[in-house]
Design a protein around this ligand. Structure first.
Ligand code: GLN
Length: 232
């Protein structure tokens, strides 16, 4: 009754930089929770993937266009996305949070963002939240393709804050980035592996069975702990 792969090699799109879920280590090799998790699942379920780290919005586009068979990119399962994607069972829970420089003292609530410029990554749940509340709080928005340029813009002062997933911001702070998170985070949904709606159903099925196995045998916890330690 094992689910069989239909393709000999599945193309999986991912983000280009979303540490600790996908990022390049000092040897320029892509590692991270998403990478290790998917690799472990392919081993237990016996199928092959080739991952391409193309950036979040490009991963969405490629999956919708059928250029990628699926995507794993710390992608939040939202009602909007459910219209065009099928998701696996959730594999991680993460909120999104506003980040500022740790020297910023005048931003402690959304109201304090009035007149300021907020960075978001293209295509993300944070972008959706920030666009939706633009009129309410009266800020400007700057959209970035990748996290490194967004973080750099905060450091140089061309944006006053950005919104990104909380574990990613926390990880950046642990890695020495001088950021702070002064506002209560927003719930944006749990992370799921995704395929274009109606396509590659066996991929979702294999992912779910593999994920359940890794949760039972402790490997899931080991993968998360490897990248996040006890820092939560
Ligand atoms: N979890 C967020 C989303 O799905 C951000 C994902 C990302 O930037 N890779 O939009």
């Amino acid at each position: 009754e094992a689910i069989k792969p239909v393709k000999s090699d599945y193309k999986i799109a991912s983000d280009s930089l979303f540490a600790p879920f996908e990022f390049q280590n000092s040897n320029k090799k892509y590692v991270g929770i998403d990478v290790d998790l998917l690799n472990a699942i392919t081993k237990t379920q016996k199928f092959n993937v080739t991952m391409n780290f193309v950036g979040f919005q490009t991963a969405v586009d490629q999956t919708q266009a059928g250029q990628a068979d699926g995507m794993i990119a710390g992608m939040s399962i939202t009602d909007e996305r459910r219209k065009v994607f099928d998701f696996s069972d959730p594999y991680f829970t993460a909120n999104a949070t506003i980040a500022v420089k740790d020297t910023t003292k005048d931003i402690t609530s959304y109201k304090d963002l009035k007149g300021k410029t907020i960075g978001v990554k293209n295509g993300t749940a944070s972008q959706e939240f920030i666009e939706k509340n633009k009129e309410k709080y009266g800020y400007k928005i700057k959209v970035f393709d990748a996290a490194d340029t967004m973080y750099e813009s905060l450091n140089t002062g061309s944006i006053h804050a950005f919104m990104d997933d909380e574990p990613v911001v926390k990880y950046a702070i642990l890695q020495g980035k001088k950021f702070a998170t002064p506002i209560e985070p927003e719930k944006i949904g749990e992370y799921g592996f995704a395929v274009k709606k109606g396509e590659n159903p066996e991929l979702i099925a294999m992912f779910n069975v593999g994920l359940a196995k890794l949760k039972t045998n402790g490997d899931y916890d080991k993968i998360v702990a490897k990248y996040m330690g006890d820092t939560d």
